[in-house]
Ligand binder design. Sequence first.
Ligand code: NAD
Length: 357
Amino acid sequence: VRVGVVRESTGGERRVALVPGAVAELVGRGIDVVVESGAGDGSLLPDGLYSAAGAAIGDAWAADVVVKVAPPTAEEVTRLRSGQVLIGFLAPRGADNRIGELDAAGVRAFAVESIPRISRAQAMDALSSQANVAGYRAVLLAASLSTRFFPMLTTAAGTVKPASALVLGVGVAGLQALATAKRLGARTTGYDVRPEVAEQVRSVGAKWLDLGIDAAGEGGYARELTEQERDTQQKELEKAISGFDVVITTALVPGMPAPRLVTAAAVEGMRPGSVVVDLAGETGGNCELTEPGQTVVRHGVTVASPLNLPATMPEHASELYAKNVTSLLELLITDGALAPDLDDEIVAGALVTGKEG
Ligand code: NAD
């Protein structure tokens, strides 16, 4: 079987699906790898490193299995042919996903977002590996936009109070944000609608904000709040948020628009110079004043909505993603041949085309 690593064409996407170390591992298992010239450039991985790892440089789009990072563009879909396997972020729940087009083209597409989050699949969990990057970068962005220090400083020129940071929505990204803000010296607080998260929040040295709402849903995810719960939450958060220097939001409910947690009034209540970093911009944002992809200043508060933060740290983001991809490939390839076992719940879950038979 031949695996092709293509060059990403989406603007700003600097990640690559396989790094040379992962290529060497596949080659060692008897799998041919072909890399499109320049595929690793965004991650500072020149073609030479891929050749040295045993890959051919050539037409990766013609391989049996095409691996990539960002969802394919319309033009990219036309490069695929019937019977080929595609692995990548395919945004299957996104409004403008191309699953229908891939299906019509006869491509067997595996969406990393659809891999069931069971323990056996942890090494393939690209949502988690990239959410870790996003949570970390969100805090660094907040720190650089802030007019204040994160740590407490005692200097000859005076003492500076530590910043207080609130993280709303503590999944993988939120937990990493709490841990990162803590390492920078901030006093941290976490909030989520799944009560089981309280313990994880405390384990990274943060306080738990309890608003008395339990919205634990299926499969470890949150459910959408009722209208009344949402009103209560917004009002309670308005009060709580005014005391924080930094608010980082990561709240998501799969397949739904991002829940509105930070109202315009809450932003207005913050001290000028404070920062909101909203990681939910792609699905509309957790903050009412968020402009997806933009950084705006409202009432003296900076509201930033960076999109695709993992692409801004391409080296490690690609390295972690490559591990996720090789773990999935291991499941799809047996004795050097492509043999997806559709009775395996991971394989069946990840396959997003050909569902009707
Ligand atoms: P996510 O990115 O989908 O969502 C982020 C957080 O937002 C979640 O914690 C969610 O509860 C929270 N949220 C949703 N609506 C909210 C609201 N109205 N107010 C406040 N918070 C709200 O989350 P994720 O990082 O994908 O993680 C989701 C769950 O999956 C977690 O329990 C995580 O531990 C679990 N998980 C399990 C595995 C595994 O076992 N293999 C792997 C990864 C994640």
